[in-house]
Design a protein around this ligand. Structure first.
Ligand code: F6P
Length: 421
């Protein structure tokens, strides 16, 4: 089996550990391993530009013989990506491409040493992009072509719900795409036959922890740690000046980061999208709760970026600050944590979780048949799980739907069936 892995959507700590685990587990199971750079965009672009570059420079366009995947690659693919300004000197497939620009080369075979140490690296070293082209049939046709010409028959996608839906659409469409490529004579009968089934598995990389049917998404624990550290830092200055702070945290439509950070950091009031404050107006409810805590000398309010009131009007950190200042006379500041929550080194669990899930992803691919669904690898009650990818995506969408219908009880119970007020 030839496995390619890509990361898609917003980056999250632990994505590199996913790539490392899939590459190493794949090699140990006798597979060839590839990375697709820049998410689905790289899949659509493939290596055509790179091959054209070679041709215009009068260089051979045939792939070099593959080196042993265990062979040391120096300088490593990692170093090329991080320090080589896009210049790939050697990529684990052998000692060609010395000094050649990586520009135009999106699908790269990688070996064992290329991913050494990747568990500790933040972001995603193979890049991520939001691809418009992949949302079109033409884009997906080009993507299918690129996979077939590299001989790749299995795809691991690490991203959020949009990215995983894209993967499932691609797989469902695959037989049609292959038929189309054959009718356009872009692939041979033999290639069509060898690629009649695309094996796909999804891993959830997202700091938001917003995917149903898994307890944690890759990157969420690290982002939570970041927020906790920020609250600790803010606590000391807030205490010194006897101030209130309103912290805006990420999470898109999900309140997990805000809620858990509030619990871990001792917040006085938390706004999350799934359960808006019930008081009408909510300002009264918040002020009453904060009033009770004023003896503490400092006040911390956390606002999830997707927070809103019962009528779905957004609740903004700046407005919360004005309420605290005007109604309670608190000297208040706003801190928006922004992308510091997303970047940086993964915490221990964001190395362990992707490692276990990457191994399971390879096992799922090896067992994949045209009849089995595309799986999402999750974790439930401390066990690594396989669930049908589209079931998880549909349940995630049901939460958003319940919120948009102002059925907040349903939203909370979908997020956590055991939730009690
Ligand atoms: O989904 C991850 C996330 O960080 C969200 O929490 C946030 O709303 C969004 O991505 C920010 O996206 P961008 O980096 O494109 O601004």
């Amino acid at each position: 089996m030839k496995i390619a892995i890509l990361t898609s959507g917003g980056d999250s700590a632990g994505m590199n550990a996913v790539v490392r685990a899939v590459v190493k587990a794949g090699i140990l199971k006798g597979c060839e391993t590839w990375v697709v750079r820049e998410g689905y965009e790289g899949l659509v672009r493939g290596n055509a530009e790179y091959m054209d570059n070679l041709k215009t420079q009068g260089l051979a366009t045939t792939e070099p013989p593959s080196a042993s995947p265990l062979q040391e690659a120096t300088p490593s693919f990692l170093n090329s990506l991080r320090f080589g300004d896009g210049h790939l000197l050697r990529d684990g497939t052998g000692d060609y491409v010395g000094g050649m620009t990586l520009k135009g080369r999106y699908i790269v075979r990688v070996g064992w040493d290329d991913v050494r140490g990747w568990f500790a690296e933040g972001g995603t070293l193979i890049g991520t992009a939001r691809s418009k082209a992949f949302r079109t049939v033409e884009g997906r046709l080009a993507a299918a072509h690129n996979l077939v010409i590299e001989g790749i028959d299995a795809l691991v996608v690490c991203g959020g719900d949009g990215s995983l839906t894209g993967a499932d659409v691609f797989r469902a469409e695959w037989p049609k795409l292959i038929a189309e490529l054959l009718s356009q004579s872009k692939i041979t009968e033999a290639q069509a036959l060898a690629h009649s089934h695309l094996k796909i598995v999804g891993l959830v990389g997202s700091i938001d922890n917003d995917m149903s049917m898994t307890d944690l998404t890759i990157g969420a624990p690290t982002a939570l740690h970041r927020i906790c550290e920020a609250i600790d830092n803010i606590n000391s200055t807030a205490f010194s000046h006897s101030r209130a702070f309103v912290l805006e945290v990420m999470g898109r439509h999900c309140g997990w980061l805000a809620l858990l950070a509030g619990v871990a950091g001792g917040a006085d009031f938390i706004f999350i999208p799934e359960r808006p404050p019930k008081g009408k107006p909510w300002e009264d409810e918040m002020c009453a709760a904060i009033q009770d805590a004023i003896g503490k000398r400092k006040t911390i309010v956390i606002v999830a970026e997707g927070a809103h009131d019962l009528d779905l009007n957004p609740i903004r950190a700046e407005y919360v600050k004005d309420v605290l200042t005007d109604r309670l006379g608190l000297d208040t500041r706003v801190t928006t944590l922004g992308h510091t929550q997303r970047g940086g080194r993964p915490c221990a669990f964001d190395r362990i979780l992707p490692t276990l899930q990457g191994v399971e992803a390879v096992a799922a691919l090896l067992e994949s048949t045209p009849e089995t669904p595309s799986y999402m690898i999750g974790i439930q009650e401390n066990k690594i799980t396989r669930v049908p990818l589209m079931e998880a995506v549909e349940m995630t969408r049901a939460v958003a739907q319940a919120v948009s219908e102002k059925d907040f009880e349903k939203a909370m119970s979908l997020r956590d069936p055991e939730f009690v007020e």
